[in-house]
Design a protein around this ligand. Sequence first.
Ligand SMILES: NC(=O)c1ccc[n+]([C@@H]2O[C@H](COP(=O)([O-])OP(=O)(O)OC[C@H]3O[C@@H](n4cnc5c(N)ncnc54)[C@H](O)[C@@H]3O)[C@@H](O)[C@H]2O)c1
Length: 424
Amino acid sequence: MIRVVIVGAGARGNRVFADLISRYDTGFAIAGVVEPLEVRRSAFQVQYGVPPERAFASLAEFLATPRFADIVFICTLDPTHYEICAAVSEAGYDVLLEKPIATTLPDCLALLEAERQCRNRIFVAHVLRYAPFIRRIKALVSSREYGAVRHVAIMENVGHWHFAHSYVRGNWRRADLCAPIILTKCSHDLDIIPWLVDDRVTAVSSVGSLAFFRSENAPDGAAERCVECALRDTCRYSATRFYLRDEAGWPYETIVPPPDSLDARREAIATGPYGRCVWRSDNDVCDNQTVLLEFASGIHATLGLHALTADNTRKVTVLLDDAEITGDLYRRRLRISPFTGVPYELDEREVDLPEVEDRHGGGDLGLLRALSEHLADGTHAEIMSSLQTSVLSHVLAFLAEDSRVGGGVRLPVSDAFVPERLVG
Ligand SMILES: NC(=O)c1ccc[n+]([C@@H]2O[C@H](COP(=O)([O-])OP(=O)(O)OC[C@H]3O[C@@H](n4cnc5c(N)ncnc54)[C@H](O)[C@@H]3O)[C@@H](O)[C@H]2O)c1
């Protein structure tokens, strides 16, 4: 068993990784936790049987304790990643780092340097790589059964309610508090597209804006806060209707410090950011953005980030010489349509996908299993989202943002970020 310390016992650290480790055979065992919130720390201890001397209120306390674990999972919020990952690396632990790697490119590159100097192994939780849905697409493409890839398009449909929660009212709503949305939401996609195409990305361009969740689009009569708004019982984005339903877990409980209760949520939406009118918040991240990636072979790929969608999913299209692959991650639907040469005749074939229980199409559990096997004997090297592999997605995200801010200007990608095996 590989012994894990979870840093940050919130939605990802507790409800996803610790929960999966406790219920499935993943090759990991929970050895300790670092969590400043006492309620969360003690609940974690009880739930996963962590002894009190291995439950820490701060990273410094954990790092001052003689080593008792093999790997640290960093599951804190984005702006803390750099500092925590640098300190944990310095102490010699392997790391699974939640995405994004860091909120600036210099910090991402500094972590690469830290990994080189500390000689630890850092992996990034780009979980989609490990989802059966994406793995099937990758296998189909790699087999070349249908020829070469000619185009990839991913639509990242955030979902109107998810966007309002996280990117209008929540922690990811402002680039200066965190980072641009094309990094915080789409590093997965910018990781997957070059991986599927398996070619050098040579240039990036992007356009996008905050078009809908702006004050001029507030309906007549909308108040600053939902609790005082005349439209609160009918508005699609009403915080009173959304957060005061009798449901637990994400996203409802994230608006209050633990313990969650309807009374605490009432107070949170009366006074905190989650009760703001979605057209009158202080958000500035894009609610629509399109990225164009150009590859050395001459093909290109597109990524669309969309707030105004019915559900929270990713739709993928891959065009090959002899077939079209289309899929919807959330609906677990994947189809291959080999070309028939006959007008209007389709030969659509459903690809079987296993039942999965978690929100990333099985990617969270897939990551844990692949990572433990990789740490043990080096298998899955071609899949693993190592820090070195993952940095490219962040370079592309920062370039996309620069391009967008510059009005869609085409920006070359430095050869320094080309994976070694594609050089020459
Ligand atoms: N891989 C994915 O697909 C995916 C999905 C969602 C979120 N994320 C990322 O996961 C990370 C965590 O998100 P979350 O929703 O679980 O956040 P969260 O707020 O639910 O949990 C973060 C926890 O970290 C604790 N914390 C804060 N400072 C700390 C410190 N210095 N040391 C230890 N603990 C500390 C907080 O008290 C909190 O309990 C974020 O970076 C987010 O972007 C990744």
